[in-house]
Structures are given as C-alpha cells and as structure tokens.
Design a binder for this molecule. Structure first.
Ligand code: TRP
Length: 442
C-alpha cells in the first residue's frame, strides 16, 4: 500500500489538531452565542460540556486512529474484522466522509466572507453606521463576489492538502498557528486597554444563572462538539498519522485547552470592543461582520485592528478547512487506492461545486438557504450521531485492558472515566439528538 504519511513530530500533530479545532467556531460562533445566551453562565455550561462530552470523544477518536492507522471507514472496518462491531457500522465512517464534504462546502463560503472583509479592511471602513452595516447585506446577496472568495479559499485548501501530511498540513499549521496565537494575544491586550475591557471580563466570567435557559444549554452542548472537530472522524484521521510514542490523554487535554482558551480570549477581545462603544452583545451571527466593522470605522487604529482581526479569522478557518478536506481525501487514498493528488483534486473540485449552492443565498431548499441547510443537517444530526457511535464503540466495544494500557491512567481516574464514557457522554448526546429532532422541547 502507498505510504499514507506521518506527522514529523509531536508538536506538529498538536498544532495541526489544534488548528483543526480552532476555527470559525471559536472566533465567529462562540462569541456570538455567548452574547445571545447572556455570558458567564453559558460559558460555565460550555466548559462542563467540553469536559464531559468533548474531551472523551476526542480521546476516543485519536485512540481509534492511532490504533488502526486508518481513516474513519478503514478504522470501523478494522473493528468489524475484530468482531467488535457489525458491518452496518461502516455507515458511521461514511457518514463522516459525507459530513466532511457537506461542512467544507459551506465552511469555505463563510471563510470567504472573512477574505472579503480583509479586502474591505485594506480600504478602511468608513461612512455612517448604517452604511458600514449594509456592507454585509451587499455581500450576502451577491453570489459572484462570494464565489470569487470561495474559489480562492478552496484553491488554497486543496494546495495544502495535495502536499501531504507532514509537508502540507503540518507545515501549514506550524506557520499559521503561532501567528494566530500572537495576533490574538496582541488584539486581546489592546482591547483590554479599552474602556469596556473590564466589563467584557465580567460579562464572560461572572455567571448569572438566571440568564441561561434550556436553549442555551443545548447550544453549549452542540457547540462543545463542533468546536473540537468531533463526530466525523477528523481526529481519527489525524490520529492515524501518529507514531506510537504519543500520549493520547495528554494530547487530547492540550488540544481541548488550547481550543477553549482561544475561544475565551476571542470572546473577551470582541466584547471589550463591543462594550467600549456601548453596542449590544446580542446581535447574533452578524456580530463580527456588522457590529465590529462599525467600531473599526471609529476606533483609533481601527484599520490595523480590522486587518489583523480578519487575518486571524482566515488563518483559523484555513487550518480547519484542511482538516475537513483531509477526512474525505484520506478515505479515497486508504480505501480506493487513489493517489493523494488525484483524491485531493477530484474531491476538492466536487466540494467546490457543491459550495456554489451555499454562495447563492437566493437558492432555497426546504425554506432555508443551502448554507443553513447543510449547516443544520450536519451539526444537528450527522455529527452528534457520529459522535454517539464513536463513544459507544469505545466504551463498550474495546476491552478494558487495551484501553488502560494505551491511556495509562491511574485506576481510580480510569474508573471515573469509564463511567463517564459509558453513561454520561452517550446520555448527553442522545439528549441533543432527540431534542433536535423535536421529540421533546427543552
Ligand atoms: N472545529 C472547527 C471550528 O471550530 C470546525 C471543524 C473543522 C469541524 N473540522 C471539523 C467541526 C470536523 C466538526 C468536525 O470552526
């Protein structure tokens, strides 16, 4: 079989996996859902979800990858050959491949908005508040501009993936991630000097539990999942390029902490800016595309802050986009024996074409735009279902001895972990899935 590729080193793996996790989910979505759901209390629920749901599934996925040295479909085939699961479970692997294709098709369009805003920042935002806000609406109804940026985003993503695991993904992550950390820290320190800095810290970290409702809890659950790149086998794929000497528990904890810290820092930064200019935290998905630019137009040094902010967003999106493409590409390389080049170009082109649907906001399917439709079916159904089966197989299918050896936990901690993955994590996932299906309303 062709050489699948390997990470050059531990740091490379951690940065690539953190790069996958840290994305639009952290810088765009987390701040706006925190804003909608009232701040501190939502943040606490989110942290609990990361611990009880996100972290265990992350360990399970990396474990599957490292143990089988296969991408998701191959990994599940391996378990079938060991009589751990029956054949129907391949479906879970395929669901992952399908999810990765669907998610990337709209993710790239949204990342394209960030490219467009970077371009706008170079000219500087100016005009009345209404004029600056209307820029987003103009972009949203213009399929040609969105397609242009979507094209650029996909070309860069395909280019990186075509170079392979260590020369492509790892190298890109080693360049992009440190820059991302530096920009974010710089922006955070700057924003804390603004008048709204302390208010932002209070908003994010002083919980007021009267402000969170059931909908907020569901959002926190679902998001803890998406933000760590779980449920479609992305971490199985990245884990499959690991050599034997990497500690799964430690790596999972580091990746989760990095992802969480970045989301919190992005939140503090964005809310400092928003509160300094007395704007509302509750504006939803348009928080960074409508609210922030209004402030960028006014604040001292706003143009530089805007440029740095959108570079940050693009880098974050890019390292996530490559992980999405890698899931599908690795399937064709492992299972269909395609060369990496061929798989990357063919699948990349297919995803690109599919993305066109999301770039045309006037096209509708079942009363929603394709962007919302693909977003909803994947994040509400496909990913939680994928995650549920992953954790069930890990908790009930793999014997204790193998897990204890690999995870290397002290016996008491292992017991705690064992009951968490057997009961709590699946229960929470079933709760999300049933709720989204409308079986009961929270
Ligand atoms: N985690 C990324 C974000 O926060 C998105 C992402 C990348 C993802 N790869 C994934 C989500 C795989 C689910 C599964 O933006």
């Amino acid at each position: 079989m062709a050489n699948r590729g390997n990470w050059g080193g531990k740091l490379g793996f951690i940065l690539a996996a953190a790069g996958s996790a840290i994305g639009l989910g952290n810088i765009w979505k987390f701040p706006y859902i925190t804003g909608i759901h009232g701040g501190g209390a939502f943040v606490i629920v989110y942290l609990i979800c990361i611990l009880l749901v996100g972290l265990p599934i992350m360990m399970a996925e990396i474990y599957f990858g490292k143990m089988t040295q296969k991408s998701p479909v191959g990994a599940f085939k391996h378990f079938e050959s060991k009589k751990i699961i029956s054949k129907q479970f391949y479906l879970v692997g395929w669901l992952g491949v399908i999810s990765s294709i669907l998610v990337l098709s709209f993710y790239s369009v949204v990342a394209g908005w960030a490219w467009h805003y970077l371009y706008l920042s170079f000219n500087g935002f100016s005009g009345t508040d209404a004029e600056v806000t209307s820029l987003f609406g103009k972009l949203y109804v213009n399929p040609y501009i969105q397609l242009g940026w979507h094209t650029l985003m996909m070309v860069v993503t395909v280019w990186i993936i075509s170079k392979g695991v260590s020369k492509g993904i790892e190298k890109a992550s080693k360049v992009l991630m440190p820059i991302l950390f530096i920009i974010l820290l710089g922006l955070m320190f700057y924003s804390l000097t603004l008048s709204g800095g302390m208010k932002a810290v209070r908003f994010m970290f002083y919980p007021d539990f009267s402000k969170i409702d059931a909908e907020g809890v569901i959002q926190a659950l679902g998001h803890s999942f998406f933000t760590l790149s779980l449920g479609m086998g992305a971490m199985i794929t990245y884990g499959s390029y690991l050599k034997k000497d990497v500690n799964i528990v430690k790596s999972s904890i580091i990746i989760s902490i990095l992802d969480t810290v970045i989301a919190l820092v992005a939140g503090v930064m964005i809310f400092s800016i928003v509160f300094s200019y007395d704007l509302k935290a509750t504006s939803g998905p348009s928080l960074i595309f409508k609210t922030l630019p209004v402030i960028f137009a006014k604040m001292p040094g706003g143009q530089i802050v805007a440029i740095l902010f959108f570079i940050l967003l693009i880098f974050a999106a890019l390292t996530s986009a490559i992980s999405l493409l890698e899931v599908a590409v690795s399937y064709f390389v492992d299972e269909k024996n395609w060369t990496r080049k061929k798989a990357t170009v063919v699948i990349g082109l297919f995803i690109y074409l599919l993305g066109i649907l999301s770039a045309i906001s006037s096209l509708k399917i079942m009363n929603e735009t394709y962007l919302d439709f693909f977003d909803n079916i994947t994040t509400k159904y496909f990913l939680p279902i994928g995650g549920l089966f992953t954790i069930l197989i890990f908790a009930y299918g793999i014997d204790h001895k193998a897990k204890m050896e690999e995870l290397n936990l002290n016996p008491l901690v292992y017991q705690l972990f064992n009951w968490t993955i057997r009961i709590i994590t699946p229960a929470v996932l079933i709760f999300i899935i049933l709720n989204k299906m409308g079986v009961f309303k929270a």
